[in-house]
Design a protein around this ligand. Structure first.
Ligand code: ZN
Length: 243
């Protein structure tokens, strides 16, 4: 299992900071797999990407995931807690380059959405995002041997394509159910490992930078030297610096 060290986490935070969601997830993956070309990581199907992120997160911060979500019925803040293993889908390897669906007389050839596709959807409403995603991922459509444009696809064919995408890349969707202790409403909360892991790294980095600042001012040590220490030893020096 891949574990990000303190210098690698700090590097990922710095690299991902100027970006939004998909770019940040990618920065974490690039830090974890420095021998793989970033372009290849960006082209991983979203579910395959998330499976890697789950395993890096488990290696780095442990298997337990604890977060807060808002109850959609009453607004109560509800704790969401589970193990990485609870949301891990069976891996599909290697992810297919292209898939085919034949439905209602239409033959559709498409590829699975990747990080670049997600980045292109930022700021779009759900309807436009779906159209953009189809436009990017559908490679070829025909009906009775004649080429058809993506915009002409009937809704049921679009749904069949979406189903096939989900089956071929199951980790792209995490199935969780939680219940609100205040109003008993139960719902499937959205969980995005990229966003979640990034927020954890950000919290970690801000706390750690503060520690580096204190130790560097007290002892004159470099950031590199301080980050190379075990967290346990860093805490002992921080106690002494405070005392
Ligand atoms: Zn509630």
């Amino acid at each position: 299992m891949r574990v990000l060290t303190a210098p690698e986490l700090m590097g990922a935070w710095e690299a991902g900071h100027p970006h939004t969601g998909p770019g940040r997830a990618l920065a974490l993956l690039c830090a974890a797999f420095p021998d793989v070309a970033p372009e290849r990581l960006a082209r991983l199907p979203v579910g395959a990407r998330d499976a890697l992120l789950l395993s890096v997160r488990e290696g780095t911060f442990g298997p337990r995931v604890v977060g807060l979500v808002s109850c959609p019925a009453c607004g109560e803040r509800v704790e969401l807690a589970f193990e990485v293993a609870d949301v891990r889908a069976a891996p599909v390897e290697p992810p297919p380059e292209a898939l085919d669906v034949v439905h209602a007389g239409y033959a559709v050839r498409f590829r699975l959405p990747d990080s670049r596709d997600l980045a292109s959807l930022l700021g779009l409403d759900a309807g436009r995002a779906r159209q953009r995603l189809l436009g990017r991922c559908v490679l070829e459509v025909s009906r009775e041997g004649e080429a058809v444009s993506v915009a002409e696809l009937p809704g049921e064919v679009v749904l069949a394509v979406a189903d096939a995408m989900e089956q071929a890349d199951p980790q792209a969707r995490v199935e969780l159910v939680t219940a609100c202790p205040a109003c008993r409403h139960s719902w499937p909360p959205a969980f995005d490992i990229g966003e979640f892991f990034w927020r954890e790294v950000e919290t970690w980095a801000q706390r750690t930078l503060h520690e580096v600042n204190v130790l560097a001012r007290t002892y004159g040590w470099s950031e590199e030297r301080i980050l190379a220490m075990s967290p346990w030893k860093r805490q002992r020096y921080l106690e002494m610096a405070a005392g």
